[in-house]
Design a protein around this ligand. Structure first.
Ligand code: ADP
Ligand code: MG
Ligand code: MG
Ligand code: MG
Length: 664
């Protein structure tokens, strides 16, 4: 979430009058940043993670697990104690059942930061300061995550636990799923059947966002997830827990009139999506063109890691036939009007996968950008007239087709040379798989890329493993000039595939066959193309002690010829195992590329062992020897003695599941 302003947010009828004002000044603000920082280069690798938690209150008498709505109090406590302390990685970690986990490493941890999130039961944490390119920083991530969890834990009640769990299984289930209880009939912002107003962070921004999305759209949001048909699930499945005949809000008849589909789990509020927890990573790039290169390189990785981290198979008390949160969030903030949703006017929600590759290097063939891309022509013309190239102008003018959803009356007029609020208003409410982040004005921060598709994992070890994997992959992409381009429409197909049940084990994904820069092939040559150990000029370089950020750009092969086979021949369907672990001699797999990069680093054996333990988790999850959290959760439910094989996840199962997760 971006910064939270104190002020008076305008209702949609008022806010929409300022849409052009915010867009125009937002672009002016971007242009000021561009003029000042477009040539900035040489920034070191700085990176950081964001981990989201849901605070769950257990009642052992009642055998229930509910969402604790004490975010505001908890964050106040955390910010009170967090000023000045610095601590070693905790050596003891206490769960509710007082299991002790001993940590062997002893890192010093900077005081982390905790942030509010959409749900009033959520916390977000980030490291106290970004990590650098040193390997010891890479290896401190797990400890840092553990420390943050332990810190949050010490400021909760004894029966409350911060869980890194993607979707709360009983969110929106009839009866009590929050602590304390609130009646959903009071949901004045969302008009939801299921989620009370109090589920939402009370800061004015969040209820306003919720209400303005509904108002702009002209109806409640509507998400329909296919139900997982088990042996005794009724066919057709018509959800008896939907209050079909409620008559409080004008949208209450929508469900009966077709918004709620048979054989599906119907979700009708922003909280179902924005109330999910995820794991995000942000990288500072050497300069703007490397940020664009990295952004493009990670686009095809988005759906791969969504599938591999899949952790959300239960929605509103039912087992679903999907493993991931993505489409739920996309639908939960879909503010497009009925007209915009029809006939390809605006094909996607403002929360969706990336629509455009933006790098200006020779690898990015125009054929790859094959999605229909609505963009604001006058903004595009303005950016072009300012000297910005076609792709970046298209990227920005595509983001800027959206209206600002929350406008504060106090901050309508800003100094565009020193503020980026209007720019960020639009930028930060385009929630895509990747985010290209320009430097904020008046800060030391450079051009960044944020990787946003992953689901949060249950343990800190797993979250650290995925963080380490993406950091190393980002280095491999830049140092070896890897080429992962496939048509962006195929990336979208992969996004849909990634969410299907068991996608990590069973699905096939489009992936590029030859990922090496022109003129090279085979993993052996990758290591030698890095410029880090044995560059093409033949001189042997020392290995790097620190992960670099600035790498030489790809050079053309000696004869200057880049072969361009038809795009269709450049990619094929691969299993998760093949994408990650390779496919015979033809395709190395992402892990082998990472190992070739690690080979360019000067790493101690002890450090290498630790890195290997993380990469091994990725390897095993991809080859199916370790199941995804989604599969584990689904199996837990289906093997629970209380489960009736009817897709229903009872209060008892919910309690036992979350207890088991805490103990993990
Ligand atoms: P948002 O919610 O807008 O995505 P946050 O501030 O919550 O952003 O998280 C940003 C992440 O970026 C944090 O992990 C932080 O440590 C990291 N970070 C901070 N400064 C830099 C930087 N200069 N380069 C890269 N990452 C950074
Ligand atoms: Mg967040
Ligand atoms: Mg954040
Ligand atoms: Mg973020």
């Amino acid at each position: 979430m971006g910064l939270l302003y104190l002020g008076t947010p305008l209702p949609w009828n008022e806010a929409k009058k300022y849409a052009d004002h915010v867009r125009t000044h937002g672009i002016t603000q971007f242009l000021h940043i561009w003029d000042r920082l477009k040539d900035r280069t040489g920034d070191e690798l700085l990176w950081g993670d964001e981990v989201e938690y849901m605070v769950v209150a257990f009642d052992d008498q009642e055998r229930s697990a509910k969402l604790s709505l004490r975010q505001t109090e908890i964050l106040t406590k955390l910010s009170d104690i967090v000023h000045d302390i610095s601590a070693d990685c905790p050596t003891k970690y206490v769960t509710r059942s007082t299991t002790l986990i001993l940590l062997t490493d002893n890192f010093s941890v900077a005081v982390p930061t905790f942030h509010p999130e959409y749900g009033r039961y959520m916390l977000e944490s980030t490291p106290g300061s970004p990590y650098t390119g040193y390997i010891r920083d890479l290896l401190s991530v797990e400890c840092n995550m553990r420390y943050r969890r332990a810190l949050a834990r010490t400021h909760l009640k004894p029966n409350e636990i911060p869980l890194t769990f993607t979707s709360f299984p009983h969110l929106g289930v009839q009866g009590h799923f929050t602590e304390p209880y609130f009646n959903p009939n009071d949901a004045v912002s969302s008009h939801s059947f299921f989620l009370p107003e109090e589920i939402t962070n009370p800061h004015a921004r969040f209820p306003t966002l919720t209400a303005n999305i509904r108002s702009r759209r002209g109806s409640k949001v509507a998400i329909n997830l296919p139900i997982f048909f088990d042996e005794k699930t009724p066919r057709p499945f018509i959800d008896p827990t939907i209050p079909w005949d409620r008559n409080i809000y004008k949208e209450d008849s929508d469900a009966k009139n077709g918004a709620a589909l048979p054989n599906h789990i119907y979700l009708d509020a922003m909280g179902f999506g924005m109330g999910c927890c995820c794991l995000q990573l942000t990288f500072q790039a050497c300069n703007v063109s490397d940020a664009r290169r990295l952004y493009d390189g990670l686009i095809p990785i988005g759906p791969i890691l969504l599938a591999l981290t899949g952790a959300s198979p239960i929605w509103r008390g039912y087992l679903a036939d999907v493993d991931c949160r993505w489409n739920v969030i996309a639908g939960s903030v879909d503010d497009r009007t009925e007209e915009e949703r029809g006939l390809k006017v605006i094909p996607k929600s403002r929360y969706d996968s990336v629509d455009l590759y933006i790098s200006n290097d020779g690898f990015n063939r125009p054929e790859y950008n094959d999605n229909y891309l609505p963009y604001d022509e006058s903004i595009y013309d303005r950016l072009r007239a300012h000297g910005i190239d076609d792709l970046l102008s298209k990227h920005m003018s595509h983001l800027f087709i959206r209206d600002p959803l929350v406008v504060f009356s106090e901050t309508i007029n800003q100094d565009d040379t020193s503020s980026s609020d209007h720019f960020e208003n639009i930028q930060s409410t385009n929630w895509q798989t990747l985010r290209f982040k320009p430097p904020p004005p008046n800060s030391p921060i450079g051009w960044r890329v944020e990787f946003r598709s992953m689901e949060v994992q249950i343990t800190d070890f797993e979250n650290a493993a995925f963080a380490v994997f993406v950091v190393l992959l980002s280095r491999a992409i830049l140092s070896f000039n890897l080429n992962f381009y496939i048509p962006i429409s195929k990336v979208d197909e992969n996004m849909a595939t990634a969410q299907r049940r068991d996608a990590a084990a069973k699905a096939k994904f489009h992936f590029r066959k030859d990922v090496y820069p022109p003129g090279r092939s085979g993993t052996s040559s990758v290591a030698s193309s890095s410029g880090a150990c044995s560059p093409t000029d033949g001189s042997l370089r020392k290995k790097d002690k620190k992960m670099r950020n600035c790498f030489p750009r790809s050079t053309l092969p000696e004869d200057g010829f880049i072969p361009h086979p038809p795009v269709k021949e450049e990619y094929e369907e691969m299993s998760m195992d093949e994408v990650i672990n390779g496919k015979g001699d033809n395709f190395p797999g992402l892990l082998r590329l990472i190992y070739a990069y690690i080979d360019t680093l000067d790493i101690e054996p002890r450090e290498l062992t630790k890195i290997e333990s993380y990469l091994d988790l990725i390897r095993r999850r991809a080859n199916g020897s370790l199941i995804t959290p989604a599969t584990w959760i689904r199996n837990f439910v289906r093997l629970h003695p209380d489960y009736k094989h009817d897709s229903v996840v009872s209060q008892e199962i919910n309690y036992d599941l979350l207890l088991a997760i805490d103990e993990m």
